[in-house]
Structure formats: C-alpha cells, structure tokens
Design a protein around this ligand. Structure first.
Ligand SMILES: Nc1nc2c(ncn2[C@@H]2O[C@H](COP(=O)(O)OP(=O)(O)OP(=O)(O)O)[C@@H](O)[C@H]2O)c(=O)[nH]1
Ligand SMILES: [Mg+2]
Length: 361
C-alpha cells in the first residue's frame, strides 16, 4: 500500500497506479509513505486443462483410419514458496490477481498438448495462508524454497485415441479440459524470530538490535522511530558452535495501544512466535516496574499466550545513571547500555540461557 499525503489531503492507493502517483507528485508537494504490508488477500485462478482432440489417422489407401486425437495438456498450477529474500507482503499485495495459463489442446497423430507453466508466488518466511471464504488455515510457509500447491491446474481432456476401447473402438467425441481451481487466499505475515524486544518508544530497542547484530534499524530520540518490524541475527555468545538466533525489534508500545493509541498492537503479531521476550525500560523511568507492568498489560490485551512467554527484564541506558543518582535497577532485572556496551554481553547470555531453557536452542 502507498499512502500519499500533503497538508490538505490523504490519498491511499492499495493497488496503486504509478502514473497516478507521478501526476500527483508533480502537481503538489506530497510525502510518500510506503506501509509495511503484513496482511493481504490474493485471488488465484489456476490454468484450465487443454481439450482433447478428435481426429482420425489419415493414410493412403486406408479410408477409415483409427482415432488418433491426442490428450490436452494440464493447466498451470499455482504454488506459494517461502523466500528469505523478501520481508513483506508488499509485492504480493500489489499484484493481487494471479493466473496460470491453460494447457495446450491435443492434436492429431496422437500429439498430447503441452502442459502450461506453473506459477510460483514467493512469500516471506512466516507467512500463514488462510482460505478467505472459510477462514481455514491452509499452510505456514516456514522454510526457504518450500513449494506449496495452492491452486491446482485442470487436467487435460482425453483425445479420442485415449477414449477408444474394445467396446467403442471409434468414439464420437473427445473430452474438454477440466477447469483450473479458483481460490481467494488471505496471507498474514508473522515474522520468525526467537527473541522479541518489547518496550515503550525510545527505550533503546533499535539501538540494542544494531549493537548486537548487523541489522540497521533507524535510531532517533523521538518516539515511534521504528514503524515496522526489523530482524537481526545474533551470533550466540554461549553456543559451542557459534549458533545464532533471531531478534525482532517492533514499534514501541504505549499505555492504551490496544485501543489504537500510538501504533496500536497489530505489530505484536510479529513477536507471537518468539520464545522469549526482552522487556526494556529506560533508566530515566520514574517507575520501571510500573512501566513493565503497563507493557505486559498491553501484551495481555493482544493474547494471554504472548503475555505468558518467558521474559527477561532489562533496564536500558544505564550509562545515564550517575554515581549519586537515586535510580536503582529492580531486583531480578539486568542493566545495560547499548551505547557504551556495558552489560550487553550479560543480557545476551541471559537471553541464550532462556532460549536454551525453552528448548529453542
Ligand atoms: N545514553 C544512551 N542513549 C541511548 C541508549 N540506547 C539508546 N539511546 C538513545 O535513545 C534514543 C532512542 O533509541 P532507539 O533505539 O531509537 O529507541 P527505540 O526503543 O527503538 O524507539 P522507537 O523505535 O521509537 O520505539 C536514541 O536517541 C538513542 O541514541 C543507551 O544505552 N544510552
Ligand atoms: Mg526503534
């Protein structure tokens, strides 16, 4: 989805037309915001099968040849395939309608029609596919290159050669190809990560992620800098073979975000599959435990399962705690400064210990 907005109006284009956008951009001062798309519906139409052929052998001095009509080719299937290369459903949502070609018709001299090419739609890993009509979960694209058949191409019709039998050596017709399957699917992306970072805006989540991984989310001292999930791969400090795990940074949570305040709670779906949550509260907080409780309450509004995940409580920005400061790290919490690096290794070790405890690592 693209949203264009200037001072007076907002234009939304779900399936946008480039010419339309360029026109508006050249006439007005506009800003473009390309949204992170993690949910969409698509319509699929697999290819019809080719028709079988009705034809007879023609040979010199043989007026009544045998039936030699070939079968029609199979219509193209449509597959979904998990891909590491894409991270949102934006491209899939942009196109929305997918159609596979029909199979070629059979021909005389027993020539079978060519089967149509299959269509493969790449989707990000972690995409869950639902039947839009029934709401039934069809599949979960979890691994790279996993091909899942979602709309079956029609079988080719049999030609009169294939239909000929002992009882009917000269069939008067051939079969038409079967229609391809038509489907409407809902795709929902829930990114795959092991650890989810939860905190108020400005808590230092993105700074931590960029310190411990190669991910480079935007960092700034204003709230809601992060507007979409970012994943970073952390190389394990404790793993004997340098194993790694994935950390997800999502937009900050504020009190009442389950009622739509701030960026809402829809991004919480991206930490739903994590094994451990890192709850981050900055050292500047007057009531760190109260702030953590607010965050967990918001998680609870999304799902009890999410709120019940193992949690590691972390006080961030500990470099700001002066020697004579009254700020104290609550019991059982860890402290760290993602800027100086103080305490970061300790946090990573604790996260890895918890991951090992959940059986993830
Ligand atoms: N002094 C100090 N500043 C920090 C530390 N970590 C982050 N900051 C600063 O805090 C501000 C917010 O950091 P971010 O990493 O963008 O915070 P965030 O939690 O990702 O914020 P949102 O994306 O808005 O939810 C930035 O100006 C960072 O430079 C730290 O350990 N010490
Ligand atoms: Mg951020």
């Amino acid at each position: 989805m693209v949203i264009l907005f200037d001072d007076s109006s907002i234009y939304q284009f779900i399936n946008y037309d480039n010419k339309q956008i360029i026109y508006i951009l050249t006439r007005r001062k506009c800003y473009i915001l390309v949204m992170f798309i993690d949910e969409t519906t698509i319509e699929l139409r697999a290819g019809d099968g080719g028709n079988g052929c009705h034809s007879y052998e023609r040979q010199k001095y043989k007026p009544k040849g045998r039936p030699d009509g070939g079968d029609g080719g199979r219509g193209g299937h449509i597959y979904l395939s998990g891909s590491k290369q894409i991270h949102t459903l934006q491209d899939v949502a942009y196109r929305r309608h997918y159609k596979a070609e029909r199979g070629a018709h059979g021909k005389g001299k027993n020539q079978t029609g060519r089967s149509a090419e299959d269509v493969v739609i790449p989707v990000p890993l972690g995409t869950i596919v639902y039947d839009d009509a029934t709401g039934e979960t069809l599949l979960d694209c979890l691994s790279e290159g996993q091909l899942e058949l979602v709309a079956k191409g029609g079988r080719g019709g049999r030609g009169n050669a294939a239909l000929a039998s002992f009882h009917d050596p000269n069939p008067q017709s051939s079969e038409s190809g079967k229609p391809g399957e038509e489907r409407k699917l809902k795709l929902v992306l829930k990114v795959l990560a092991d650890v989810g970072l939860v905190g108020r805006p400005n808590a230092g989540k993105s700074t931590f992620l960029s310190r411990v991984s190669h991910a480079r989310p935007k960092i700034a001292d204003y709230p809601f800098t992060t507007k979409e999930p970012h994943l970073g791969i952390v190389t394990s400090k404790s793993g004997p073979f340098g194993s790694s795990y994935v950390v997800a940074d999502i937009p900050g949570l504020i009190e009442g975000c389950h009622e739509g305040k701030g960026m809402g709670i829809r991004f919480l779906r991206h930490i739903e599959r994590t094994s451990v949550l890192a709850v981050m509260v900055e050292a500047g907080s007057e009531d760190p435990e109260g702030d953590a409780a607010v965050l967990i309450n918001e998680l609870n509004h999304y799902s009890e399962l999410l709120a019940g995940k193992p949690k590691c409580f972390i006080m961030t920005k500990t470099d700001l705690i002066g020697a004579d400061s009254e700020i104290k790290i609550p019991d059982g919490w860890l402290g760290m400064s993602a800027v100086t690096g103080d305490g970061v290794d300790r946090v990573l070790l604790e996260l890895e210990r918890m991951l090992a405890g959940t059986g993830t690592r």
